[in-house]
Design a protein around this ligand. Structure first.
Ligand code: NOJ
Length: 492
C-alpha cells in the first residue's frame, strides 16, 4: 500500500526536484491537523451556548474584520463533525487538535451548572474520533473568553484563575477518559499582548505595556493551576499529558552584530511564557525583568509594570508541562532599537525592531513569509534553551487566497517538513508530533475568510459549507502514508 501511495505521489507531485528526503519520520511520530472552536464550529448561540468576546466583538465591530465577517456559522463544524472526522480518517491523521468553546460548557463563564448540551456535543465528537482511531488533542482555551467574565476584567482579574480552573476541571472530568493530550492555553503572546496590549484580537484593549503583562501574569498562574489539577487528580485516573501552546516567530539577527537584540526579542516573545515553565530557574526571562523595570523607573513608576511572582509561584509554575506545544509559521529579521521614547508600550520595553527580508516569498497573511530554515533554527534553539523538551508542533501552515490547486502550500509544507526532519535527525530535537494548520479554511480572525490556511477548501457562500480537498490535502496524505516528505515541486 505504501509503495502504491508513493508511486501515486511521484506522479502527482514530481514535476520539481524536491522532497524524497533521506530521512523517515520515526515510526511512532504523530501527524495531525489543528483547528479552534470559534474559527470552525459556528452554531454561536445554539443549545445554551453563551457569547464569548469574539461573538460580541465581531457583532459590534464588524469593521475590525477585513471582510466584515464573523464566526456565527463559520464551517458549521458543530453540525458537520461526523463528516469532518471522515475527512480526517481519509487523510490518515493520527490525531486531531481542536478547542472547547468555554461558553458551551459554562454559558456565562461563572462556574456553576455546566450546560449538558455543550458537554454532550464534545462527548459526541470525542466518541466519533475514538471510533475512527483518531487521538484527540484538546485545547482548553483558544481565545474565546466568556463575555461576562471579560466584563469583570477577563484575565486581568486574578479571580479568573478560579473560573478557568473550574472550567478545566469540568473538561478533565467529562472528557479526560478519551483525551490523550491537553493544551491549557493557545498562544498567550497573541491573546495577551496582541489582544490586550494591541487591538489585533478581541478584547482589543490596546493598553500596551500594562494590560498585556497583567493578562500574562494571571494566564501563567492559571496554566500552572490547571497543570497541577490534572497532575494530582486526573493523570492517575486517565494517564494523559498536558502542556501549553506557544507561538514563535523566529527572529534572525539582521547582521551578526544584532544577535543580542534578536535574542532579546525571542525572550520577550516566547521566553515570556517558556522561561517560567521550561527552565530550571523559572520566572520571567532576566532580560525581560531588567528592561521593563528600567523603563518603568524612567517613566516614573515606583514598581515595574511587569508583575512579580512570589517565590512559591515561581516553584509552582516551573516544570508545569509535559510537552511544549509550538506554533510556528514564519521568520523576521531583528535589530536593536534602543530609544529614549518613554511612551508606555511593549515595543519601547523590548527596544527591538523587526522586519521582513523582501526577498522572502510571502503568504496571504501580512506576517507570513516562507523561511523553512527559521523553523529548523527555532527548534534547535528550543532544545538548547529549555533542556531538550518534548515538542509537539501544534500548528504550522501557509495562507493563500483559497485556490484548490495550491502549489505554494504544497511547497511550503514540503520545505518545512524537510526542515523538521533535519531538526530531528541532525540537531537531535525531540519533536514527537506535528499538526498542519488547518484541516479546512476557516475564520482567520481579523483576516476573516480572506486568507485561507485549509488543506480543504470551504465554500462559505453555500449554506451546506461543502469541503473540497486541495492538492495540499493529497500531498499531506502521502506524507503521512509514507512517513517521509514525498516529492513536490518547490514554487516558493
Ligand atoms: C495561530 C492561531 O492559533 C490560529 O488560531 C490562527 O488561525 C493561526 N495561527 C493562523 O494565523
Amino acid at each position: 500500500m505504501k509503495v502504491l501511495l508513493y508511486i501515486f505521489g511521484l506522479l502527482v507531485f514530481s514535476f520539481g526536484t524536491h522532497g524524497d528526503s533521506i530521512y523517515q519520520f520515526p515510526d511512532d511520530f504523530l501527524f495531525g491537523t489543528a483547528a479552534a472552536a470559534y474559527q470552525n464550529e459556528g452554531a454561536w448561540n445554539v443549545s445554551g451556548k453563551g457569547p464569548s468576546i469574539w461573538d460580541t466583538f465581531t457583532h459590534l465591530h464588524s469593521e475590525f474584520v477585513v471582510d466584515h465577517s464573523n464566526g456565527d456559522v463559520a464551517c458549521d463544524a458543530y453540525h458537520k463533525f461526523k463528516e469532518d472526522v471522515q475527512i480526517l480518517k481519509e487523510l490518515g491523521v493520527k490525531f486531531y487538535r481542536f478547542s472547547i468553546a468555554w461558553t458551551r460548557i459554562f454559558p456565562t463563564g461563572l462556574p456553576h451548572n455546566p450546560n449538558a448540551d455543550g458537554i454532550a456535543f464534545y462527548n459526541a465528537l470525542l466518541d466519533e474520533l475514538q471510533k475512527n482511531s483518531i487521538i484527540p488533542m484538546v485545547t482548553i482555551f483558544h481565545w474565546d473568553v466568556p463575555q461576562p467574565l471579560q466584563n469583570l476584567g477577563g484575565f486581568m482579574n486574578p479571580k479568573m484563575i478560579d473560573y478557568y480552573i473550574e472550567y478545566a476541571r469540568v473538561a478533565f472530568e467529562n472528557f479526560g477518559d478519551r483525551v490523550r493530550y491537553w493544551i491549557t492555553f493557545n498562544e498567550p503572546k497573541q491573546f495577551c499582548q496582541e489582544g490586550h496590549g494591541e487591538a489585533y484580537y478581541a478584547p482589543a484593549l490596546n493598553m500596551s505595556g500594562v494590560a498585556d503583562y497583567l493578562c500574562g501574569h494571571n494566564l501563567l498562574r492559571s496554566h500552572a493551576a490547571a497543570y497541577h489539577l490534572y497532575n494530582d487528580i486526573y493523570r492517575p485516573l486517565f494517564g494523559g499529558e498536558i502542556g501549553i501552546t506557544l507561538n514563535g516567530l523566529w527572529f534572525e539577527p539582521s547582521n551578526p552584530q544584532e544577535e543580542e537584540a534578536a535574542e532579546r526579542m525571542r525572550q520577550f516573545y516566547l521566553g515570556w511564557w517558556a522561561h517560567p515553565i521550561f527552565t530550571a530557574e523559572g520566572d520571567y526571562p532576566p532580560v525581560m525583568k531588567e528592561y521593563i523595570a528600567k523603563r518603568s523607573a524612567q517613566q516614573g513608576f515606583r514598581w515595574s509594570r511587569l508583575p512579580e511572582f512570589t517565590a512559591e509561584e515561581v516553584e509552582y509554575i516551573k516544570g508545569s508541562a509535559d510537552f511544549l506545544g509550538f506554533n510556528h509559521y514564519s521568520t523576521f529579521l531583528a535589530a536593536n532599537a534602543e530609544n529614549d521614547d518613554l511612551t508606555i508600550s511593549f515595543a519601547n520595553d523590548h527596544q527591538v525592531k523587526t522586519f521582513l527580508d523582501p526577498s522572502w516569498p510571502k503568504g496571504a497573511s501580512s506576517w507570513l513569509s516562507v523561511v523553512p530554515w527559521g523553523f529548523r533554527k527555532f527548534l534547535k534553539w528550543l532544545r538548547d534553551s529549555y533542556d531538550n523538551p518534548y515538542i509537539v508542533v501544534t500548528e504550522n501552515g501557509y495562507s493563500d487566497l483559497g485556490q484548490i490547486h495550491d502549489a505554494e502550500r504544497v511547497s511550503y509544507y514540503g520545505q518545512y517538513l524537510e526542515a523538521l526532519l533535519q531538526a530531528i535527525y541532525e540537531d537531535n530535537v525531540s519533536v514527537i508530533a506535528y499538526a498542519a494548520w488547518t484541516l479546512m479554511d476557516n475564520f482567520e480572525w481579523f483576516d476573516g475568510y480572506k486568507s485561507r490556511f485549509g488543506l480543504y477548501y470551504v465554500d462559505f457562500s453555500s449554506p451546506n459549507r461543502p469541503r473540497i480537498a486541495k492538492d495540499s490535502a493529497r500531498f499531506y496524505k502521502y506524507v503521512i502514508g509514507n512517513n517521509t516528505v514525498v516529492p513536490y515541486k518547490k514554487v516558493n
